[in-house]
Design a binder for this molecule. Structure first.
Ligand code: ZN
Ligand code: FE
Length: 242
């Protein structure tokens, strides 16, 4: 099995759309296309044709490009069964413990409710990669729009079971804001302090800071490191107010 090629496409103010290509089968998948044109252009520039869209949740900045990409390519759109009413373009509805395929690569669907009630993630175990939408960010987690701190704590604990090397593909460049907040709730964490310095330099140079890894998050993400749901909820509320 050849390695997946994964391309980051920055769109809107801070969204990342992920273009995922399997060279063996030529299958090409898009995670959470906020918009269509930059995604179609990124695929065309590489000679790839989009065969699939996988959505993590219904928010418009994750599904806004669905219809136009499907019109242009005839691709199949897969997404959370629990949100099918809010994603009218879905062809295939999936839920936790289902598997989805990109060529010979298999992704396991995880239920990760909290940011939205039906939010899912896609884990390519053999590729050590997980697409988490708005569930985890570098040094952050998604806002609790439709769920609870208990649910997000459960999600973080499940992510913490993955190997340190697992790459985490999140959907926004929130890293600098998250780092500046994280140091206020975990001021004695040397790894976090060092990461803030590195992120400031990267952003000043115009560089993207994701994907991140489970290892980096285990060392520096206050939401992943929270010992219980109450603490996660407490710091989530602080970040919301920051
Ligand atoms: Zn969202
Ligand atoms: Fe989003």
């Amino acid at each position: 099995m050849t390695a997946l090629e994964i391309v980051r496409i920055p769109v809107l103010s801070d969204n990342y759309v992920w273009l995922v290509h399997d060279p063996e089968s030529q299958a090409t998948m898009v995670v959470d296309p906020a918009v269509a044109d930059p995604v179609l252009e990124a695929a065309a520039a590489r000679g790839w044709t989009i065969t699939d869209i996988w959505n993590t949740h219904w928010h418009p900045d994750h599904t806004g490009g669905n219809a136009a990409i499907k019109d242009a390519t005839g691709c199949t759109i897969t997404g959370p069964a629990a949100e099918h009413a809010r994603i009218p373009t879905l062809d295939v509805q999936v839920t936790g413990s289902d598997t989805v395929h990109l060529g010979n690569h298999v992704a396991h669907v995880w239920d990760v409710p909290a940011h939205t009630a039906g939010h899912i993630a896609y884990h390519f175990a053999d590729d050590a990669a997980i697409f988490v939408g708005d569930t985890m960010f570098a040094m952050g987690c998604g806002r609790l729009f439709e769920g609870t701190a208990e649910q997000m704590f459960t999600n973080m604990q499940k992510l913490a079971t993955l190997d340190d090397a697992t790459r985490v593909y999140c959907a926004h460049e929130y890293t600098l804001s998250n780092a500046r907040f994280a140091v206020t709730v975990d001021p004695d964490n040397d790894a976090l302090a060092a990461r803030l310095v590195a992120v400031e330099a990267a952003r000043a140079a115009g560089e993207a800071t994701v994907p991140t890894t489970i290892g980096a998050e285990r060392a520096t993400n206050p939401f992943l490191r929270a010992p219980d749901a109450a603490e996660l909820g407490r710091i989530r509320a602080l970040k919301d107010a920051a």
